[in-house]
Design a protein around this ligand. Structure first.
Ligand SMILES: Nc1ncnc2c1ncn2[C@@H]1O[C@H](COP(=O)(O)OP(=O)(O)OP(=O)(O)O)[C@@H](O)[C@H]1O
Length: 717
């Protein structure tokens, strides 16, 4: 039997299909692992990144809430030797600041609120809840507070070199060197960088001005006073609303009504609590948007209307208010929550005013209105250029309010003041041979002076009415367009209000408040009396207040220095506020940028934003912002630099600062640079981009200016 031959066949190789599958499988497994690994890495990176980011977002970092120390009033009394007058280091609109020493020897600054009102309570809460939750080397540290019955006290780190306001304009101030000024500018920029970019949500200070910049031992600037600050929260309809309604429904003692979802408020209800978690409080506050919006609507309408009504109030009205010693007609968002307060304390809402033609109201002489129309044609949209840059709040309002306050018949210091101004003029004539006597003879200085003196007192004076009219013309020429624009805006808002539209508030209310504080606390009485001798101060936040006058330190002779130089916070607030904030917008970061722009000009020039000088030839320089724009336009910005520096400054830095300031002062907020860019520019890490400056042609010589020049020329000839 034939045997079957043995055949060896090699083991069949696996089909290529399997090979491919396994390779594919392997590849997929590897790539999936890589993807998973990358995802894990990314996830870890994300966590790490958000942790790093959270570390900067102090206000809402609930994991690391900041604690403020609660002091007993007794301890603070001890620290200040019973709030002794010798320990007073400053006086603001809401309170007196004392130097104090704690038991451990630590120097502190103690701000004791003068009186407890809704507004002061709100600012107290705001300061605690905003500044209390922030820590930065560029912000004045709030160490603690004291709340006992109606007493409200804030405790800060002590700033030995006081405020920038005092360093620039204070009595016997030592001129700050250029290097110091530049450092301070950078410090403020970095403080704003922290607030706008380092905090989440961003904090808008809302009141950047020299008196709110305090200087430490090395003269480094730190921002203080967060009474008007806002925490930016993402609102409905894609708008940004602001959470300053913490005090919305609270009564004087800090009690909150049931509808309010706001955080615990420091006041009597939390007597037992020694430390308050402000970070959590803020977080909670930002979640109650709906109710906030409604509140804002009310605030907007009532305040804006009263604000405008006050603007159009005639000079005589202001006089009568003052002569009657009428006080405290305050319009404030703070007080919206309490209708009772509104009725009892504040100017009632005036329904009629919208029918008033504002431009006429301010133009008693019809021909002048025509002139203004002409001007309007000539300058068209440049109205903004010609005003002081502060939009709704113009120098005219300021001067008007100031005039009103000064002509009060019952004001004991007025005669003295007037005499002093006369003396100054005489002194000026006698001492300074460079002053053109012919010019004085023509009454050019009196043209300024006459506008602040009681008409009755000056009745018999030659050309008085004429001079006054000229001055009015000058002011109107400067401001008519903006006032008519204001009228239009107001009508728009009023119609929106009637339609029930919800519009976020912009806190107009606190501005026109003519008040005189009656109440004094113990030892402060003397201080107040002393201040009485030195003229009054008008603050948009708190109304007229008394403040010790400071001398004008500019090289020019300032006829108004006796009174005007003492109006620190008023000027600051008035001229520093961004046009969109004063008008019809929201308080955004760019509003701070605008104020910062004004502040840079003030630091560089050593002048106040509104500086009315003796000579009408210098009226063009009165408005710092307009003047800077003019100098930039004609290519001579360095003329702005403080003469006290005597050319001892870095020209490159100075011109960069002025140009930067001008970019910050652009009317359209979006055109203003972000604070991050500003810091880089100041640090020299970035060149100043060519922002489209809103230059306008040179201003037309005002009539007053032209006429006096003409007269002067004539008299010389
Ligand atoms: N922490 C501080 N250290 C040293 N001095 C201070 C401190 N805080 C305030 N001062 C002084 O007290 C003054 C008054 O400060 P305050 O904040 O009460 O008012 P203001 O900012 O001048 O006015 P307003 O509050 O009306 O805007 C300041 O100008 C400053 O000289």
């Amino acid at each position: 039997m034939p045997s079957r031959p043995f055949s060896f066949s090699p083991k069949p190789s696996p089909p290529s299909f399997f090979t491919k599958t396994s390779v594919l499988f392997l590849a997929l497994t590897i790539s999936a692992s890589v993807v998973i690994f990358c995802s894990i890495l990314y996830f870890l990176y994300h966590i790490w990144n958000s942790l790093v980011h959270r570390a900067k977002t102090i206000p809402f970092d609930a994991s690391a809430p900041l604690k403020l120390q609660r002091f007993s009033y007794k301890d603070l009394k001890q620290a200040t030797n019973g709030f002794d007058i010798s320990n007073v280091i400053g006086k603001g609109g809401s309170g007196t600041v004392f130097r104090g020493i704690l038991k451990d020897g630590k120097l502190i600054a103690i701000k004791r609120l003068d009186s407890l009102s809704l507004q002061s309570e709100r600012e107290f809460q705001n300061e605690l809840q905003t500044l209390g939750g922030l820590r930065s080397p560029f912000l004045v540290t709030l160490l603690g507070y004291s709340v006992e019955k109606s007493k409200r006290v804030l405790v800060y780190e002590y700033m030995p070199n006081r405020s920038l306001q005092e360093s620039l304009f204070g009595e016997g101030c030592v001129s700050l060197s250029w290097e110091r000024r530049f450092c301070i500018i950078l410090d403020i920029a970095r403080a704003l960088e922290f607030l706008h970019l380092g905090c989440d949500p961003p904090v808008i200070h809302g009141d950047i001005k020299p008196s709110n910049v305090l200087l430490d031992a090395e003269c480094r600037g730190k921002i203080s006073d967060f009474g008007l600050s806002r925490i930016k929260v993402e609102g409905e309809f894609g708008m940004d609303l602001f959470s300053q309604d913490l005090g919305k429904s609270q009564d004087l003692s800090g009690n909150l009504t049931a509808e309010t979802q706001t955080p615990p408020v420091i006041g009597t209800p939390v007597e037992s609590v020694n430390e308050v978690d402000f970070a959590l409080a803020l977080q909670a506050s930002s979640s109650s948007k709906n109710s906030r919006t409604c509140f804002n609507v009310r605030a907007l309408n009532l305040n804006s209307m009263n604000y405008n009504a006050n603007i159009i109030a005639s000079e005589s009205e202001i006089r009568s208010v003052n002569s009657n010693n009428a006080k405290g007609k305050e319009i404030s968002t703070l007080d919206i929550g309490g209708d009772d307060c509104w009725n009892s304390k504040f100017v009632p809402y005036d329904d009629e005013f919208s029918s008033i033609d504002y431009s006429k109201e301010l133009s008693p002489n019809a021909s002048l209105v025509d002139d203004e129309k002409e001007n309007g044609k000539q300058w068209g949209k440049d109205w903004w250029w010609r005003q002081d840059g502060s939009g709704e709040l113009c120098s005219k309002d300021y001067v008007k309010e100031w005039i009103g306050s000064q002509i009060c018949a019952s004001k004991p210091t007025w005669d003295d003041g007037k005499k002093n101004i006369h003396e100054k003029v005489v002194e000026l004539e006698n001492s300074d041979p460079t002053i053109d006597k012919a010019n004085d003879a023509n009454g050019s200085q009196l043209q300024l002076f006459d506008n602040v003196v009681d008409k009755k007192e000056l009745k018999g004076k030659k050309n008085q009415k004429n001079k006054q009219r000229k001055m009015q013309e000058w002011w109107k020429e400067e401001h008519v367009a903006e006032l008519s624009k204001k009228g239009r805006k107001l009508k728009t808002f009023q119609s929106k209000w009637k339609k029930g539209l919800k519009v976020p508030h912009f806190d107009l209310g606190r501005r026109f408040y003519i008040s005189k504080r009656k109440k004094n606390f113990g030892g402060e009485k003397d201080l107040e009396n002393e201040c009485d001798q030195n003229g009054g101060e008008f603050s948009f936040r708190r109304g007229w207040r008394k403040k010790k006058s400071t001398h004008s330190v500019g090289s020019d002779i300032d006829l108004f220095s006796h009174e005007l130089s003492s109006t620190t916070s008023m000027r600051g607030t008035l001229c520093y506020v961004a046009p969109e904030y004063g008008g019809c917008g929201f308080l955004m970061e760019k509003a701070d940028i605008y104020s910062f722009g004004v502040l840079i000009l003030v630091i560089v020039s050593g002048r106040r934003p509104l500086h009315v000088l003796a000579s009408p030839m210098k009226l063009e320089k009165a408005n710092l912002i307009s003047w800077s724009r003019h100098l930039a336009h004609v290519g001579n910005i360095l003329e702005l630099v403080d003469e006290r520096l005597k050319y001892d400054y870095n020209k490159e830095q100075a011109s960069m600062c002025i140009n930067l300031a001008l970019t910050c002062l652009q009317k359209i907020p979006e055109l203003r640079p972000d604070i991050g860019v500003i810091v880089k520019i100041l640090k020299g890490e970035m060149d100043l981009p060519s922002f489209p400056f809103q230059f306008s042609p040179s201003p037309p010589p005002s009539k007053l200016y032209t006429r006096s020049r003409r007269k002067q020329k004539g008299s010389v000839e």
